[in-house]
Design a protein around this ligand. Structure first.
Ligand code: CP3
Length: 330
């Protein structure tokens, strides 16, 4: 599997390519299915979720499929009602309630396991299946705020006011996510990714003492390689080793080689084309893609990806140009 070979730092003719949010709204075939099923119905129907997972792999010939679900899906399985409008919306949960959350019963996420198994079954053996979860800090901010926010002021105030209770809450979420990732690996996921989408909000000390250790516990003793994605946080790159992962995903803010030097070039890296490039034209996309590939140079251990999720207004033609530029490399 090309993705696993890159993680093992084997020399390759070209890096593997997949991209975050590859299954979704920019794809006409996704929109067609979503006219029949709501987002939640699609996630909770393994046949539909597997089909959506496979759509971008079929269309673009990617090296990995990422399971169609959401970072909030396992929290629904813990009994928390969540709506997607389109972002997750819920009644805010205080720290006192989060520390009382039950352990995750693997049976409660058997639908996701079924999706993983169906995707693994349908895919070419060279294409990897990626399972995923939200990192404890990122989940905690959604729970405390009741959804997305510009400043996440409620969550950041709680970390300052009650760091001990926040640490316990992060620990509860870490245990649940470790179980959840284990279920996906058990069902056939070859690699897992932990999304810490909002961790870049934190100063270094809160990353090193709170968010990082909780992310680390989510990945402890998993029987498959793990990617830790911490976007919007160039200040955290030097401290990423707080989270023991096999690969670190980086956003587009720093050139790939500069980010890689900070992380350490002996550790595989994933990234980092700016998703906004895909809103331009095929020629610009090809040039920017080659720029990222050039930055990775001949170092083994690069997984080509975007620096964050693909934007919904992206054209299919530009995605094709990106994939072609990676496949033509060398
Ligand atoms: O990557 C993939 O193709 C797999 C599926 C996937 C979804 N969400 C489906 C989805 C993954 C990996 C996620 C992760 C996720 N969800 C993250 C972490 C990644 C990141 O972007 O930082 C976050 C922060 C969320 C929370 C979330 N869910 C938001 C903010 C939204 C709103 C809109 C959006 O797309 O950003 C969602 C809903 C959601 N999750 C959609 C999809 C395809 C859109 C649903 C729709 O309207 O069709």
């Amino acid at each position: 599997m090309r993705l696993l070979d890159a993680i093992d730092r084997k020399p390759l003719d070209r890096p593997p390519i997949w991209f975050m949010r590859q299954a979704g709204r920019y794809l006409p075939e996704y929109q067609a299915l979503r006219s029949e099923y709501s987002f939640s119905e699609a996630v909770h129907n393994p046949a539909v979720a597997a089909e959506i997972t496979l759509q971008p792999v079929r269309r673009f010939g990617l090296d990995a499929a990422i399971v169609f679900a959401d970072i909030m899906t396992p929290l629904e399985a813990l009994g928390i009602p969540i709506e997607f409008t389109p972002g997750p919306t819920l009644d805010p949960l205080p720290l006192e309630a989060i520390v009382e959350l039950p352990d995750l019963d693997p049976e409660s996420v058997s639908g996701v396991a079924e999706t993983v198994a169906a995707v693994r079954e349908a895919l070419d053996p060279n294409v990897a299946v990626i399972g995923f979860a939200g990192a404890p800090f990122t989940l905690l901010v959604y729970l405390l705020e009741g959804g997305g926010s510009k400043t996440f002021a409620v969550a950041r105030a709680e970390l300052r006011r009650r760091p001990d209770l926040a640490e316990q809450a992060l620990g509860r979420l870490a245990a649940a996510m470790q179980t959840y990732l284990g279920v996906q690996i058990g069902a056939g996921a070859n690699v897992v990714q932990l999304f810490d989408s909002w961790v870049g909000l934190l100063p270094v000390d809160q990353f090193v003492t709170l968010a990082g250790p909780a992310a680390d516990r989510s990945l402890a003793s998993l029987p498959a390689p793990a990617i830790y994605f911490a976007p919007h946080g160039p200040h955290l790159l030097r401290y990423l080793e707080t989270v023991q992962a096999d690969v670190y995903g980086v956003d587009w803010r720093l050139p790939l080689d500069e980010a890689w030097l900070q992380i350490g070039v002996d550790t595989p890296i994933q990234g980092n084309l700016d998703p906004a490039v895909l809103l331009t034209d095929p020629e610009t996309v090809r040039a920017a893609t080659r720029e990222v590939l050039g930055r990775a140079g001949d170092w083994p251990g690069h997984i080509f990806n975007l620096g964050h999720g693909i934007l919904p207004t992206t054209s299919v033609e530009n995605v094709e140009a990106m994939v072609a530029a990676v496949k033509e490399y060398r």
